[in-house]
Ligand binder design. Sequence first.
Ligand SMILES: Nc1ncnc2c1ncn2[C@@H]1O[C@H](COP(=O)(O)OP(=O)(O)OP(=O)(O)O)[C@@H](O)[C@H]1O
Ligand SMILES: [Mg+2]
Length: 251
Amino acid sequence: MHEARIGTAMPVAARAPALMPLEVRGLAYEAGGAALVDGIDLTLTAGEITIVLGANGAGKSLLLRLLHGLIPASRGEMLWNGSPLDRMVRARQAMVFQKPVLLRRSVAANIDFVLAARGGRDAARRDALLHEVGLSDHAGQPARLLSGGEQQRLALARALATRPEVLFLDEPTASLDPASIVKIEQMVAAAHGVGTKIVFVTQDLGQARRLAGDVVFLSRGRVAEHSPAEEFFAEPASEAARDYISGRIVI
Ligand SMILES: Nc1ncnc2c1ncn2[C@@H]1O[C@H](COP(=O)(O)OP(=O)(O)OP(=O)(O)O)[C@@H](O)[C@H]1O
Ligand SMILES: [Mg+2]
């Protein structure tokens, strides 16, 4: 039985992110003489949650880092609604990493820091964000003492604090318990609902089905397939995706 979908098409009232669409042509990233990501052609639009799937080492994290400007492309072109990825564009995006990156400060100070960097402290907004991710009781505690799942929720709250137009999430629920996973998915769906473009990497096919509007499937550093979610899960076009979904992972 299919699980209920959380991600829906963007409500009409929501403001489409001005950074979209994203047009990527021939994007590549090389390190140590090897092309780890290559020949990426991709068009992402505002309307749907984009799920990125692929086996370990397929290049999912590298692709997100390229799209967010954390590593330089070796080749290719990327345009965010016609603009190259400069500091201004990047400031309108946020990312939640596979391993949470937090400041060695209190939970509350981690959010204050981001809010201060983007135009001013706002204690009410900080407290609302902490409440949303269920961390109000930990506000004064050092962030590094949080559990892995709690750190991941704080990382999401911090990313949302900036009200990004584009939010990249790299396996944000990989180490979370079921209740925390639901909470994160609801927050991501809510951000999508107010017009944030979501690009979400996961290995959890149930989660992918719940959230996905479209699916980008990576195999060996290339886009093997990019399809609407219904099509992808009904019948993947690529052999690599068929193997992945059926558990026959080919590296
Ligand atoms: N700086 C680097 N130098 C050399 N190889 C790298 C570098 N960064 C990543 N790689 C390699 O590139 C490949 C893709 O890495 P990436 O982290 O994007 O995979 P992934 O799809 O996110 O995998 P996972 O599901 O395990 O998170 C891997 O084989 C990895 O070892
Ligand atoms: Mg990864």
